[in-house]
Design a protein around this ligand. Structure first.
Ligand SMILES: Cc1cc2nc3c(=O)[nH]c(=O)nc-3n(C[C@H](O)[C@H](O)[C@H](O)COP(=O)(O)OP(=O)(O)OC[C@H]3O[C@@H](n4cnc5c(N)ncnc54)[C@H](O)[C@@H]3O)c2cc1C
Length: 352
């Protein structure tokens, strides 16, 4: 029987960073993950954007989370021998005069994350209301990160590549036992949308949200920036290719790429772009979003050895490193969890 401190379920961005920070704190960790090319992290564009929405507001905890993310991805990159983060500011082309006004108002704030940009993109795009720059914004190479950390887990004998079966978990007074081969002090669910099928977490107020993207070859578009037109963002992807998304659909019936999305996004792309392009792929996934738009982090109020690290919604790239470190500190130093993220706020619902 293998004895560890933590058994983590899932190696998306959440499980990747939680295993990283728990190991760094000196804990022994095993991760169970069955590779899924359509998981949320695999399909995401990897952007960390400090400004969101039509109201042009600073995202939750941006002043703390952004510098933390920069540092955490640099360190993770060093651990796996890859550069996985770069600063890639966002050029935002507001779709209306009203929205441009929102950005102009934001420019006046201290720590606005918005600044004026040179209006020199007429050769590439059709736009009428000017352009502003969101800075700093970061771009994460999620595929390199997941693959690199997976290899590290494999080499250190810390990965089980199979489907997790909740029915095979036994909770005793002192331990978690999994399929009679692993004993752990704690089990933490980092399995994205699948956590909501767990008997421990099914009552949480989740609000799953489907997102899709087209992958387009646009070889003549300069790749030093991210370009944003309302909810449509063009993000550098593989060589000469761009991730073009997204959509936010919480009434979806399946997780497949849809014809409707493809037709709409392609029509938009034709309106935006002055350059030739070719669609080479179409991808979709479900975001583990929550009703309150805040993550679920912490231990179950009824089962002290069972925890969750999820509910990252549209912000997995920035929230996962920050709250993974907070969760590791909770175990190592008993540091209280941020109350807005602590899953104990659902004590009543989880005790039913
Ligand atoms: C179209 C789209 C664009 C996005 N763009 C961005 C963006 O630019 N920036 C940003 O910050 N966020 C973005 N997101 C959101 C981001 O993807 C999520 O917040 C984040 O990836 C969630 O990570 P996770 O690790 O919780 O879940 P997941 O990525 O889903 O990982 C869960 C892991 O658990 C594994 N697993 C599940 N069940 C089992 C089981 N029974 N047995 C074994 N393994 C299992 C899965 O295979 C997977 O590897 C986007 C999402 C979508 C869909």
């Amino acid at each position: 029987m293998r004895k560890v401190d933590f058994l983590l379920v899932g190696q998306g961005i959440a499980g990747t960073f939680l295993s990283y920070f728990l190991q760094e704190a000196g804990y022994e960790v095993i991760v169970i993950d069955q590779f899924n090319p359509h998981s949320s992290t695999q399909v995401a564009s990897g952007v960390i954007n400090p400004v969101t929405g039509r109201q042009v507001v600073t995202t939750w905890l941006a002043d703390e989370v952004l510098p933390f993310a920069w540092d955490a991805y640099q360190r993770m990159g060093a651990a796996i021998g890859q550069q996985i983060i770069e600063q890639s500011n966002i050029l935002a082309f507001p779709p209306s005069e009203q929205m441009m006004q929102g950005y102009q108002n934001k420019l006046q704030e201290a720590n606005a994350y918005v600044r004026s940009a040179e209006d020199s993109y007429q050769n590439y795009f059709h736009y009428r209301h000017g352009v502003v720059e969101i800075a700093p914004a970061y771009l994460i190479d999620l595929h390199a990160l997941l693959k690199g950390w997976r290899n590290y887990l494999r080499k250190t004998n810390s990965l089980i590549e199979e489907s997790f079966d909740e029915a095979a978990v036994q909770i005793t007074d002192n331990d978690i036992i999994y399929v009679d081969t692993i004993t752990a002090k704690h089990i933490i669910y980092c399995n994205g949308v699948h956590a909501y099928q767990s008997k421990y977490w099914q009552n949480l107020p989740h609000s799953l949200n489907k997102g899709e993207a087209l992958i387009a070859a646009i070889p003549d578009l300069p790749a030093h920036r991210i370009y944003k037109f309302g909810i449509t963002t063009l993000v550098p992807w593989d060589e000469g290719q761009w991730w073009v998304g997204s959509s936010y659909d919480n009434r979806f019936t399946d997780a497949q790429p849809s014809t409707l999305f493809r037709e709409r996004k392609e029509a938009e792309l034709q309106q935006i772009l002055k350059l030739p392009y070719q669609i080479v792929d179409h991808i979709a996934s479900i975001r583990p979003a929550t009703v309150e738009r805040r993550p679920f982090v912490g231990m179950h109020p009824q089962e002290a050895r069972v925890g969750i690290f999820g509910g990252m919604g549209t912000k997995g790239c920035s929230l996962s490193p920050f709250f993974a470190k907070a969760f590791a500190d909770y175990f190592q130093y008993q540091t209280p969890m941020h109350p807005a993220a602590d899953v104990q706020r659902f004590q009543k619902i989880l005790s039913r």
